[in-house]
Design a protein around this ligand. Structure first.
Ligand SMILES: *Cc1c(COP(=O)(O)O)cnc(C)c1O
Length: 430
């Protein structure tokens, strides 16, 4: 597998380089030089394949001979050790549950695959790697869990002060060992900016080998395409198929677009956004204008300048018309989201977290029920947002053990301002 930078197509690197050094110096994002279609034979037999088989075939199609087949099998078996069930609600609505991993969010797919792949590369290299990651809620926990105890790798997580839920914060701050967390007095976008600046800072790069675990890292996107195939396999319909993706940094949506490029028969995507709707505005008007993020109850989507936007542009040669043919969009306020949580419960007896509810609204508003069948992606377990859920539904939400046991642990973290210089000084003095 070879990759180029979206800012300079002549800048071609190996998978190892793109994964370990996720951020090209030209500030672009790495894209695969070739996303080839899977064989007809694969699609004819897809129903006979297990999730692991599908993942292996899709991953090989991306990765080629960058690592050996046995290494790839190991990476997939280690990282995909949980299910992604498709739950049918009625003749039009299906929900794809992506939250059955160790941290109860879909970020486990990307983070675990990436951790395991980096493990393969680190086995062959004699160096320490530092993974820097900004989180708006769920990434940090998934990355922390994925890399916990991986030798040769230290993880530094930046999270915005007071803007992640209590249990999310506990997931980042209670592991210890090779995982450390820093609270930034600012927004997610501030955290993301600090990470980007760190990659370009000469002094820091003399001391550290940095990698990023944000969805700018291509290793996060590859596994996120697997479950589009796996869920498609389970749909039995002659109608057109629409996927609604609750979107923040647009990594999940980009992975879906990769799947479509590989030949998967998804007719349309819906980018479902909360009040951070710069991508929705782009789809509707053709104009892109980054803006500061605002806080919502679907906090993992509070992103004002989604990094994968530039991958989507690249995938469609920057033509708004063709992008808009493949992607529709919606934006939902917190009140609309809460109403949707209640509606989903009343109509289907199903408990959807706020992110999932935003995706549901996308299908409700955009899907043509006569001609289309919809899948909305459920990206987090409702217990991760217990206050909002209990408030909305007036009932007790069950917390799975692996989350509940974090309640009483003491979290450990450092606190810094949103100035890059402070972060730099901290890292240099460590
Ligand atoms: C990260 C996240 C999203 C947004 O996914 P992107 O790939 O950043 O668009 C949606 N829901 C949940 C629960 C998340 O953690």
């Amino acid at each position: 597998m070879k990759l180029y930078s979206t800012n300079n197509k002549g800048n071609i690197v190996s998978l190892e380089e793109a994964v370990l050094n996720a951020f090209p110096k030209d500030r672009g994002l790495y894209m695969p030089t070739d996303i080839s279609k899977l064989s007809e034979n694969f699609f004819e037999h897809i129903k006979e394949y297990s999730f692991i088989d599908i993942a292996f075939q899709v991953a090989s199609n991306f990765i080629g001979d960058s690592i050996s087949n046995s290494e790839l099998e190991l990476v997939i078996e280690e990282s995909l050790n949980f299910e992604a069930p498709l739950v049918n609600l009625n003749e039009n609505f299906n929900v794809l549950e992506l939250f059955h991993g160790p941290t109860l969010a879909f970020k486990d797919f990307g983070a675990r695959f990436m951790a395991s792949l980096i493990g393969v590369f680190m086995n062959k290299l004699d160096q320490e790697q530092t993974i820097l990651v900004a989180t708006s809620g769920d990434t940090g926990g998934a990355v922390a869990s994925g890399f916990y105890n991986v030798s040769g790798v230290n993880v530094v997580i930046l999270f915005p002060k007071g803007k992640v839920s209590f249990l999310q914060q506990q997931q980042l701050t209670t592991l210890g060992k090779n995982i450390s967390a820093i609270e930034i007095d600012g927004t997610f976008d501030d955290c993301q900016r600090i990470v980007k600046d760190a990659f370009l800072d000469k002094d820091l790069n003399e001391k550290y080998n940095f990698s990023s675990a944000n969805s700018i890292n291509i290793a996060r996107l590859i596994p996120q395409s697997f479950y589009y195939f796996e869920s498609y396999k389970q749909l039995d319909t002659d109608k057109k198929i629409v996927y609604s993706v609750p979107s923040g940094n647009l990594g999940n949506l980009t992975a879906g677009l990769f799947a479509k490029r590989m030949g998967l028969g998804i007719d349309k995507f819906i980018a479902s956004t909360n009040s951070n709707h710069v991508f929705h505005d782009y789809i509707q008007t053709g104009l892109y204008k980054a803006s500061p993020s605002v806080q919502t109850i679907s906090n993992a989507m509070d992103v004002g300048d989604p990094s994968n936007f530039y991958r989507i542009l690249d995938l469609y040669s920057s033509t708004w018309n063709t992008i808009k043919d493949s992607i529709d969009s919606i934006t939902a306020t917190d009140i609309e989201t809460k109403n949707a949580i209640q509606r989903i419960y009343t109509n289907y007896n199903y408990i959807a977290d706020p992110h999932t509810a935003v995706a549901y609204i996308g299908l409700e508003r955009v899907m043509d029920k006569d001609k289309e069948v919809g899948v909305f992606l459920s990206t987090a377990h409702p217990s991760k947002f217990i206050d909002v859920m209990e408030d909305c539904l007036n009932m007790q939400i069950e917390i799975p053990d692996r989350l509940d046991r974090l309640k009483n642990l003491d979290g450990v973290f450092n606190s810094l301002t949103k100035k890059f210089e402070d972060f730099k000084e901290f890292m240099l003095s460590k």
